[in-house]
Design a protein around this ligand. Structure first.
Ligand code: GLA
Length: 513
């Protein structure tokens, strides 16, 4: 069975994958065999898989914080991820680095550059949905980007959307150690139900592909200590042409609660975006009154922005635990970069909306798939940490290469992502293809924070760039200085004062070394 092309649902709204990014992403838009707009695949920047560097460098550990020039090691380091802690000491909630010492230290690695330190006054100031859920960004696994609407279990039993696929991914989340790091939601996306509701108007799973039924699948997850997520659409049809929620809001909320669902993604195809200001809160209320805690993932602002509306952020924050606001991610650096650019270009409107219980969702992590090089994979992981983004992987955990698994399982980067302050990072500067991003994180001291800092290269000139910066230029002004650590390569820079010069070598984004 394949996508329900013959159903021809009314198409008042194009799916997000078809919309909006032409201005920022170079791509072609065609139509698939269902007549839906579909972006053509972006070219991969790196055709081959990259070598795991496997090297760990430790730089000089300065005895004190005297002003000086610090050089990053590692010629050929692409982009680097640094963490700078306040000089008062390393964060207590964070895993101690494998060779943490008493003295200030720094770690460095290839990837992207992120630094953590403290001092910018950033206020969140927005109250969110108080269902008590998603106090830190949700983490887990979702089928869509990697497995799409493959319903052909006859010819492709290994990869089709079926209970077996989700059970296998759940097994791997546990056995490969992902769940113990926080990746604990396994979620269906489109194409799981039958095309018709049952006689009582309830959704029913495709009986051939989910023969045990959804409650059994939810139980399977729960027995493994995982959460179970489901997908529906605030419209007449899902984007793939399956039954939408309109006319069945209460039935579906009650059904999800009865089935043991923990997380609901509500898409917005085949709906009028103007109805969403009422409809999404109504369904959120119906979820809440079931009494079962369910994380509520909304596509509401994405569809409204795409249709030229200004979203009611106050209502969205009060209703949803997370929300999409931009195009679907595709398996390429061009797609990841378009999302990063969107988050930077629109940060004044969107960053302030994030906080414990309510998060901007830049879409799935695609690390371990076909489209990103090793360096680009580190860049996605680091930027999603800066964004305080949900870490929802869409990849094939059966075959993921160890070096990509290591990126996804980097405990220090995950700790940045999950920082309890929940403040979304911002782009501080962008010049000559090099961007500086900072995110305030804990521990704080008075009104000073620690920070995560990312130095991201979007250059394509093919030669490593030398980047010199001071922490002061990023707004990090604590007179005591900051403990600086690179989170991908365990390289220690020690205590860095605001005026100290940091010299970094940033390799081109498409580098595979
Ligand atoms: C939309 C969503 C995607 C995915 C597909 C499924 O495009 O944005 O994340 O759920 O629908 O059809």
């Amino acid at each position: 069975m394949s996508l329900a092309c013959n159903r021809k649902p009314p198409p008042p709204v194009d799916p997000p994958s078809a919309r909006g990014s032409e201005a920022t992403v170079s791509s072609e838009v065609g139509r698939d065999d269902c007549g839906r707009n579909q972006r053509s695949e972006f070219p991969s920047n790196c055709a081959r898989r990259c070598l795991w560097p496997g090297r760990r460098r430790t730089g000089p550990v300065p005895a004190d914080g005297a002003s000086r020039t610090l050089s990053a090691p590692a010629p050929g380091t692409a982009t680097a991820l640094l963490l700078i802690y306040t000089a008062s000491g390393p964060p207590r909630h964070r895993r101690a680095p494998r060779h943490r010492q008493e003295e200030p230290q720094v770690r460095m690695a290839g990837g992207l550059v992120a630094v953590l330190l403290g001092a910018l006054a950033v206020s969140v100031g927005v109250q969110g949905l108080e269902n008590g859920l998603a106090r830190t960004p949700p983490m887990g696994w979702l089928a869509w980007e990697r497995f799409r609407c493959n319903t052909d279990c006859e010819n492709d039993p290994h990869n089709c959307i079926s209970e077996q696929l989700f059970m296998t991914m759940a097994d791997l989340l546990v056995s490969r150690g992902y769940s113990s790091l926080g990746y604990n939601v396994v979620s269906l996306d489109d194409c799981w139900p039958e095309h018709e509701r049952d006689e009582q108007g309830r959704l029913q799973a495709d009986s051939k592909r989910f023969p045990s039924g959804i409650p059994a699948l939810a139980d399977y997850m729960h027995q493994k200590g995982l959460k179970f997520g489901i997908y529906e659409d605030y419209g007449n049809y899902t984007c793939g042409g399956y039954p939408g929620i309109l006319g069945h809001l209460k039935t579906d909320a009650d059904t999800f609660a009865e089935w043991g669902v923990d997380y609901v993604k509500l898409d917005g195809c085949y709906a009028d975006p103007k109805d969403m200001d009422e409809g999404y809160p109504e369904f959120g209320h119906l979820l809440n009154v079931t009494g079962r805690p369910m994380v509520y993932s909304c596509s509401w602002p994405d569809y409204q922005l795409a249709s030229g509306m200004t979203p009611n952020w106050t209502s969205i924050i009060a209703t949803c635990n997370l929300w999409r606001n931009f195009d679907d991610i595709q398996d390429s650096w061009a797609s990841v970069a378009s999302i990063i650019n969107y988050y930077g270009d629109n940060q004044d409107d969107i960053a302030v909306n994030a906080g414990p219980g309510h998060w901007n969702d830049p879409d799935m992590l695609i690390i371990g798939n076909y489209g990103l090089s090793y360096e680009q994979s580190k860049a996605q992981m680091a930027m999603w940490a800066i964004f305080a983004a949900p870490l929802i992987m869409s990849n094939d955990l059966r075959s993921i290469d160890a070096k990509y698994e290591a990126i996804l399982q980097n405990e220090d980067v995950i700790a940045v992502n999950q920082d309890p302050l929940g403040i979304q990072g911002r782009r501080i500067s962008k010049a000559n293809g090099i961007e500086m991003w900072t995110r305030p994180i804990s521990p704080s001291r008075g009104d000073e924070h620690s920070y995560a800092v990312a130095v991201l290269s979007q250059r394509t000139d093919g030669t490593p760039a030398a980047v010199t910066l001071t922490l002061k230029s990023l707004g990090l002004t604590s007179a005591d200085g900051y403990h600086v650590t690179d989170l991908f390569d365990n390289y220690n820079l020690g205590v860095v004062r605001p005026d100290d010069e940091l010299k970094l070598h940033v390799t081109p984004r498409a580098s595979c070394s």
